[in-house]
Design a protein. Sequence first.
Length: 180
Amino acid sequence: MSSIQLHGKTFDTYLSEAEIQQQVKRIAGELSRDYKEKRPLFIAILNGSFMFAADLFKHLTIDAEISFIKLASYKGMKSSGNVITAIGLEMDLFGRDVVIVEDIVDTGKTLHQFLPKLEHQQPKSMKIASLLHKPEALQYPLQIDYLGFSIPDKFVVGYGLDYDGLGRNYKDIYQLALGF
Ligand code: 5GP
């Protein structure tokens, strides 16, 4: 097992590039089958999903569109808790078959808060594709329709995922080493 160091912390290889690519191709195959003739609109959530989204998109064999958005949360003036806004959401979702592309669903809070905003635009359908999911950490009800891997509740980096800005460039996925 090889490991990497980021900001002085050690991460061990957890999912290899080959394992990741196998799952990405499988999901792309399922999407190509399910969305034939539908010209789906993929909405990839930056930053973490950029690699997954790019690889997934490369393997689609149907007509499809993709757009990238960034979520920003800020404290509302009156309401308690954070308000999530989407930066770069310019297209009209009305009547579209939408697929949200995420790197990882952890507590589910981000998507749970954000999806109603998209549903407000009345897409024809909306599904979620996530490379990773930590079932033990899930706190908000969320159905992941296309999933790469269910993983334990441990911090991971690589393949687009960062630790404080670093680690996104690795082709494999690494897990925080025990004892750190
Ligand atoms: P949620 O709202 O589901 O709790 O969190 C989702 C977001 O938290 C992900 O899009 C990702 O940015 C971040 N996140 C959750 N778990 C991890 C992890 O293990 N590693 C990294 N790098 N980011 C994570």
